[in-house]
Design a protein. Structure first.
Length: 226
């Protein structure tokens, strides 16, 4: 272990972490969601706080307690709400870690009343694309060091490197979903990519992995911005 877990590698830095899924409402009783539990993002927020950062956690709908040491938590439901909250709190932040599984689409309109069955007919939902939070931050003139996540079910490296470039990120943490790893699980395994390098963080408990991830982010941050 290169940098020991006790090191306050993010002392004096402001870090914003997004975590969990988003819910996109269809009508008053239904929504489109995803399988993100928020555990990885919450573990990252806790690890950043342990490393001495002042942490703001923007959380989608999850049933998790606020990790020890996290200075501020903002709960949101939809991608649009997460976008607004992140945009507000990221002003003055040094690092943004986008661990949330942001919904890519939302229903074009939220029905005012519960949708009723149409005796045997198919139902078609029209969906509109949500804004990309990370890409919108990258497009701003002055923005924090940006770390994304990429949960992939195939071609992990090529999809992750493509996202790193396309979204203008400093680093991306990629993991293969499935086989007892990724969403809804206690363990994860991550490969970190940046412009001219990569690092393998083998299968481990999400808390352990989060601390290793924070150590890597801190050293890259210092190399690029320090
Ligand atoms: N992300 C974001 N805003 C969105 C969608 C995704 O900020 N509207 C962020 C996620 O928090 C994550 C990274 O982008 O850090 C990658 O998310 P992912 O879903 O893997 O990438 P997409 O660009 O949405 O591509 P796709 O879902 O088609 O693979
Ligand atoms: Ca997506």
């Amino acid at each position: 272990i290169a940098a020991s877990f006790g090191d306050r590698v993010l002392a004096g830095l402001k870090v914003v972490v997004s975590a969990g899924p988003t819910y996109e409402d269809i009508d008053p009783v239904r929504f489109i969601g995803n399988r993100s539990s928020g555990k990885m993002g919450f573990a990252v927020a806790e690890a950043a706080a342990q490393a001495g950062a002042q942490v703001t956690l923007v959380a989608g709908p999850v049933s998790l307690a606020t990790p020890q040491g996290v200075a501020k938590r903002i709960d949101v439901r939809s991608a649009a709400q997460m976008h607004a909250a992140v945009t507000e709190v990221v002003a003055g932040a040094d690092i943004y870690i986008g661990a949330a599984a942001v919904g890519d689409y939302r229903p074009n309109a939220v029905a005012e009343h519960k949708l009723k069955k149409q005796n045997g007919l198919d139902l078609t939902l029209q969906l509109a694309e949500n804004p990309d939070i990370l890409a919108s931050l990258a497009a701003q003139q002055s923005h924090p060091f940006l770390v994304g996540f990429a949960a992939e079910t195939q071609n992990v490296e090529s999809y992750a490197r493509d996202k790193l470039q396309r979204k203008g990120l400093d680093m991306i943490a990629a993991n293969q979903v499935g086989g007892g790893l990724g969403f809804e699980t206690a363990d994860n395994a991550i490969t970190l990519y940046w412009a001219d390098g990569s690092a393998e963080l083998p299968r481990a408990d999400k808390a352990v992995l989060a601390r290793q991830l924070i150590d890597r982010i801190a050293s890259r941050y210092k190399a690029v911005r320090g």
